[in-house]
Design a protein. Structure first.
Length: 130
């Protein structure tokens, strides 16, 4: 059984999120998703997500192609999360191209193209302008 792992915030779920999860799932048999915690987002992006960690986990868990969800508390522990999940392939959007190559010694690393023209940040800005 081929196990796939991917990571993200998935705040204000949009079609770009769904598409990358569906494409990641098609690369194997079991999709594991690490949803970054509110604290990690504040540290990484300088803002708290609109939806709480618990809500984002519940939303991602409800997606048909997702088999398992866990909370990613620390960027430094990515290697540990990959190994604990027994992942064969790490999938990331190509906004991260090259940034996770260090994990090529423990699994395959693939960067998939993002859906163009949309992001959670874009939607937050659009809503704020209205
Ligand atoms: N993603 C994608 N296409 C988009 C937006 C996101 O394929 N248009 C992918 C990212 O590459 C990542 C996953 O979805 O693998 C989760 O991304 P996340 O950072 O949560 O979404 P963004 O919309 O990029 O959020 P933000 O604007 O806050 O950075």
């Amino acid at each position: 059984m081929k196990r796939i792992i991917t990571f993200g915030t998935y705040d204000l779920l949009h079609v770009g999120h769904i598409r990358i999860l569906e494409r990641a799932a098609k690369l194997g048999d079991y999709l594991i998703v690490g949803v970054s915690s509110d604290e990690l987002n504040i540290a990484k992006k300088g803002r708290a997500p609109v939806y709480s960690t618990a809500d984002r986990v519940e939303i991602i868990q409800s997606i048909r192609c997702v088999d398992k969800v866990f909370v990613e508390h620390s960027l430094e522990d990515k290697g540990k999360y990959i190994q604990e999940a027994g992942a064969d392939i790490l999938v990331m959007g190509d906004d991260w191209a090259g940034k996770f190559d260090e994990f090529k010694d423990i699994c395959e690393v693939m960067y998939l193209p993002r859906t163009e023209g949309i992001s959670t940040t874009h939607y937050i800005e659009t809503i704020s302008e209205r």
